[in-house]
Design a protein around this ligand. Structure first.
Ligand code: ATP
Ligand code: MG
Length: 554
């Protein structure tokens, strides 16, 4: 399957050159998530790039969990990540892989470096190490432990591994250059002590490799040809290369960096997303307002719309912000073509059709899609009492209001033209019911008296409608760059990002609405059945009918 577009980007150019020159026989990429949260839209981009390149060049893409920080990781995250990748439509090569499966090999390589005099056990405290490291403008100083003997370092490393040393009391560091202009080369930490149970290796290890010591070597073990990551790792590349040069690794992958996907009104940091979950700002990682893949899925976004968005935003080497409206365009454009039409009244007002016999009912028919006959049609029972939207009735109105008004006519979508006679009110003056009449012979026809209806409104039959809840969503953040500078993103939450309507009525055919299928509620927008609500009929609004929310038939 090729899901990438055919446009070029610098990564494709590099890969093509490597294939042409014979350097690369088969492209192997990998997607390396840390299982410390659910995947977000930025990860979708990385998935599309890595799997997309492999697919396009006839290669393979591995899924490798970068599980080197057991404190923050869990099986729940592992499972959610697998599900999200599969849902996006990609298949990883073979079994999922884990950094933790390579812990033994990585440890052997650590010993190799010590024996070569290229790594040592350092016993500076965290604070001291920071002081010795220097700054961007000041070189660092050599650790007093830097020149200890190979034997001493080996003995200490053994003790670290055996769990005999306390967290933070020592670390294994590469011996590179404390004066390097690149801080990553100032004797970086390769192993730290952590007495923590790991979700995969249990209590086997009380030392864990750093990201830098793990990543390139894992790439090499797996025969990754092109190791694609985001720009923040550019400064790590010299270390990535140093380790591959100084270890007997089975292959020599090359790291390439591209700009992170950074959509406005969103956050793409698992740490911050977790904060929203932990502080109950949202229902969970899959809250439909979250920019997570699981949230977008629950919201009704489709894999094709997400992949299209990732394609549209391109692959570049310069950081920039992309407009979330591009994603909204992608899903709206898709649902406009694919979503069956239906009617649902969100804020119901009862209309009694006084001239329609109480014991009568008819079946109206409406197409599932106005431009696509092949989608067929649906039946809509019609009888004396119907629900319409409260906002579709006024006692009086000017000509611009083309809905139901006393003494005026409106067409009910796929059914009769009706004319309103009277508004019934409760003791407080609220309109609780409208009395109206059907105009005879107007299903599919203009009225015989020539007095036409100006507008068309949606409705459902009270006798057969199904009760449901509808959740309307708006952007989660009020600001384009939530938490930018030293602002607090918690202060920028949109208080109206969720409006829950629990007294809605949908046409009968929606009783069997399927999770994963997008529906257009005519005049209201696109909706999907909420996957987390079980047998309760709850619909999530995916997106409005058009940018800026129009109110007409699409
Ligand atoms: P986070 O800040 O959310 O924790 P991360 O980079 O630490 O992100 P990882 O699980 O390490 O999360 O990411 C897996 C892969 O996804 C990495 O290769 C990373 O570069 C890539 N990635 C993460 N965020 C983005 C993004 N916004 N755009 C493109 N790629 C991303
Ligand atoms: Mg990371």
């Amino acid at each position: 399957m090729s899901v990438m577009d055919t446009t070029s980007n610098f990564l494709k150019t590099i890969i093509q050159e490597d294939i042409d020159s014979g350097k690369t026989a088969k492209v192997v990429t990998r997607f390396p998530p840390e299982p410390n949260g659910y995947l977000h839209i930025g990860h979708a981009k990385s998935i599309c790039v890595n799997f997309g390149l492999a697919n396009e060049f006839g290669g393979e893409c591995n899924l490798r969990f970068d599980d080197t920080n057991p404190e923050k990781e869990s099986i729940e995250y592992v499972e959610s990540i697998k599900r999200d990748i599969e849902w996006l439509g990609f298949e990883w090569a073979g079994e999922a892989r884990y950094a933790s499966n390579y812990f033994g090999q990585l440890y052997d390589w650590a010993i190799h470096l010590v024996k070569e005099g290229k790594a040592y056990v350092c016993e500076l405290s965290a604070d001291e190490a920071r002081e010795y490291r220097g700054t961007l403008t000041e070189p660092g100083k050599n650790s007093p432990y830097r020149d200890r003997s190979v034997e001493e370092s080996l003995t200490l490393l053994e003790k670290m591994k055996a769990g005999e040393m306390a967290d933070g009391s020592a670390s294994l560091r590469a011996k590179i250059d404390m004066a390097s202009g690149n801080i990553n080369l100032r004797d970086p930490v390769l192993y730290r002590i952590r007495h923590v149970t790991h979700h995969n290796t249990g209590d086997d290890w009380s030392i864990y490799p750093s990201y830098d010591f793990a990543h390139g070597q894992e790439d090499a073990i797996e025969g990754i040809t092109h190791s694609i990551c985001t720009l923040e790792f550019a400064d790590h590349k010299p270390l990535y290369d140093w380790l591959l040069e100084n270890l007997p690794v089975p292959s020599k992958p090359v790291q390439y960096e591209f700009a992170r996907l950074n959509p406005n009104y969103s956050i793409t940091s698992k740490r911050k997303l977790k904060m929203l979950v932990d502080e109950a700002v949202v229902e969970g990682w899959d809250d439909p307002r979250m920019p997570t893949i699981s949230g977008l899925r629950r919201r009704g976004y489709t894999p094709t719309a997400l992949r299209r968005f990732c394609d549209m935003t391109g692959v570049s080497r310069a950081n920039s912000q992309v407009d979330l409206a591009m994603l909204e365009f992608a899903i709206r454009d898709e649902l406009d073509k694919s979503a069956p039409r239906s009617m649902c009244v969100l804020r119901p007002l009862k209309v009694v059709l006084t001239n329609y016999p109480e014991d009568k009912s008819e079946i109206m028919r409406g197409p599932f899609h106005p431009q696509n006959e092949a989608m067929g049609s649906r039946e809509m029972p019609f009888s004396r009492e119907i629900w319409i939207e409260q906002e579709d009735f006024r006692e009086e109105a000017n000509k611009k209001y083309k809905r139901l008004v006393i003494g005026k006519r409106v067409r009910l979508r796929n059914a009769y033209i009706i004319e309103a006679d009277e508004a019934i009110k409760d003791a407080d003056g609220n309109i609780i019911e409208v009395r109206a009449r059907v105009i005879e012979n107007t299903v599919g026809n203009d009225p015989e008296d020539g007095i036409r209806a100006k507008g068309v409104i949606h409705w459902v039959d009270t006798a057969t409608a199904v009760a449901c809840s509808v959740k309307l969503y708006d952007r989660l953040f009020l600001t384009e760059n939530p938490g930018a500078g030293d602002t607090d993103l918690m202060d920028q939450i949109n208080p109206e990002s969720l409006v829950e309507l629990s007294n809605c009525y949908a046409e009968a055919s929606l009783a069997s609405a399927e999770v994963g299928q997008g529906y257009q509620f005519e005049r209201q927008g696109y909706f999907c059945r909420d996957e987390a609500s079980g047998s309760d009929l709850v619909f999530n609004q995916t997106i409005g009918l058009r940018d800026g929310q129009g109110k007409s038939f699409a």
